[in-house]
Design a protein around this ligand. Structure first.
Ligand SMILES: [Zn+2]
Length: 225
């Protein structure tokens, strides 16, 4: 996959893409472990379940780090402004998922809402990117399709997971197939796949394109002539 990175990509571009790919591997390996080893023992089940949810947090972190960098690579202040609250919320999601004092189903809402808040905070820089940095420019659609599909997949995953669709309509009927947790993983996998290819293509386009400042300078030079 990294072979698809453009030759002009910097070490930061390559490192963040590797971090993202690693986060997707961690998420799906932990998920595969949970669904393989959860068994019937309650303690073992909940321990693997915590790792399953922690893997999602790792993927959200990796997705946002590469996305925020691609969006604000020439303005480090915005990278900090968006990454700091995001890191705090992701830390809270890990805390509510793993802290012994917050185990049990009565804290499910804390876990789900901190995960959803992490995704929502990640939505702010994406909206900023699309509507304030790329609006009316060539980069708009290059940034829009991965961002919108990612948002749709995470949104649908959250709705299915939180409202326990479809088993809420017919309890017991979807325990083996089509359970909300399976839908959740389908949406997360689709989001990870689209984001990978979206970020690879965006990075290729970005590093082979002139900076906005260069475009402005070129436009001024043309006006002067
Ligand atoms: Zn799972």
């Amino acid at each position: 996959m990294l072979a698809e990175m453009p030759q002009l990509a910097t070490h930061i571009d390559r490192t963040l893409m590797m971090v993202y790919i690693f986060s997707a591997f961690v998420c799906h390996i932990l998920s595969a472990c949970y669904h393989t080893f959860k068994g019937t023992d309650q303690d073992g089940f909940t321990a693997w379940y915590r790792l399953d949810l922690t893997g999602i947090v790792v993927l959200i972190a990796g997705s946002n780090f590469v996305g925020i960098y691609n969006a604000f690579y020439d303005d480090k202040m915005w990278i900090l402004i968006y990454n700091i609250p995001l890191a705090i919320m992701l830390g809270m999601a890990v805390f509510f998922t793993n802290a012994p004092a917050y185990r049990g189903r009565k804290y499910d809402e804390h876990r789900t809402l901190t995960l959803a808040a992490s995704v929502a905070i990640g939505g702010l820089p994406m909206a900023h990117w699309l509507f304030f940095r790329c609006w009316g420019l060539e980069c708009f659609w290059k940034a829009a399709w991965p961002t919108l599909i990612l948002g749709f997949c995470y949104g649908m995953g959250f709705v299915f997971f939180y409202f326990r669709i479809p088993e809420c309509f017919a309890p017991g009927r979807f325990d083996t197939y089509l359970h909300s947790h399976q839908w959740w993983h389908v949406f997360v996998f689709a989001a990870a796949y689209v984001w990978l290819h979206g970020m690879l293509r965006y990075t290729s386009w970005r590093v082979n394109s002139p900076l906005p400042a260069d475009l402005a300078a070129a436009a001024n030079a043309t006006n002067v002539v």
